[in-house]
Design a protein around this ligand. Structure first.
Ligand SMILES: Nc1ncnc2c1ncn2[C@@H]1O[C@H](COP(=O)(O)OP(=O)(O)OP(=O)(O)O)[C@@H](O)[C@H]1O
Length: 241
């Protein structure tokens, strides 16, 4: 569970709140889709949850561990896939995965099992010995997902994880997200693809201008806007918010 308690973020000169007073519980056992227009504050929120940015106000707990006060314990609770997969370009895929496994103290057999299984699912077996620099965008995305999840974190936080993935890999990652949530864990991911959010998510979190406009189940949202697609609901909510 991720708990945000009156979280705000003010960048630079302080003239504007990029995130404004978010208080959310991202529940276990659910996939929560995080949506909002460009510049709404999604990446800023995810970076605060993962401790990359400090909130200007408020507190964030991941499975009860405060990301500011107890960062090491809090960071053990989640795996984070950023929206920029262009990292560790000079190392080989397998070296990156072993590096991530070493950081989190994942044993040899356990990491081998994970690498074999996910490389197969993502059709990456042939590429692990090549440098990440030589990978396509989608392949970089897949190796970053594998690295982020190698320590089997209970909470998954993914910023636009499906961008650039081919249909089979996207299907596998969606399936993995579903299996992980069904096993009782929290999965939070941001997306601009509303069809994906509509099909995959149990709950939807919508922000606009840094402010919370909706958090709840898709069913509740649809009940409030009968016979409308999520796209139409999104357009209406973000127009009037
Ligand atoms: N480093 C920064 N310095 C100053 N302002 C920033 C910085 N990063 C983001 N912002 C501003 O904060 C606001 C929220 O940006 P953020 O990247 O969180 O939005 P987003 O919802 O992830 O957008 P997108 O869907 O386009 O990725 C925007 O107004 C943006 O210009």
């Amino acid at each position: 569970m991720i708990r945000l308690n009156h979280v705000s973020k003010i960048y630079g000169d302080g003239s504007k709140k990029a995130v404004d007073d978010l208080s959310w519980d991202i529940e276990d056992g659910k996939i929560t889709g995080f949506i909002g227009p460009n510049g709404a504050g999604k990446t800023t929120t995810l970076k605060m949850i993962t401790g990359i940015l400090a909130p200007s106000e408020g507190t964030i707990e991941i499975n009860g561990k405060d990301i500011q006060k107890d960062p090491l314990e809090a960071k053990r609770q989640f795996g984070f896939v950023s929206d920029d997969p262009d990292a560790f370009l000079r190392v080989r895929g397998i070296e990156y995965l072993n590096f991530m496994a070493d950081i989190y103290g994942v044993g040899t057999e356990e990491r081998q099992r994970f690498i074999e299984e996910t490389a197969k699912r993502f059709e990456m077996e042939e590429n692990l010995s090549s440098r990440i620099m030589s990978y396509s965008h989608g392949m970089r995305q897949k190796i970053m997902v594998m690295g982020a999840l190698i320590h089997k974190p209970p909470v998954w936080i993914l910023d636009e994880p499906l961008t650039g993935l081919d249909p089979r890999s996207a299907h596998e990652l969606k399936q993995m997200m579903r299996e992980h949530a069904d096993a009782g864990n929290a999965v939070l991911f941001s997306t601009h693809v509303l069809e994906v959010a509509e099909k995959l998510c149990d709950r939807i979190a919508i922000i606009h201008h840094g402010r919370q406009v909706y958090l709840g189940t898709l069913e509740e949202l649809k009940a409030a806007y009968p016979d409308q697609t999520l796209e139409n609901i999104f357009l209406e909510i973000t127009e009037h918010a």
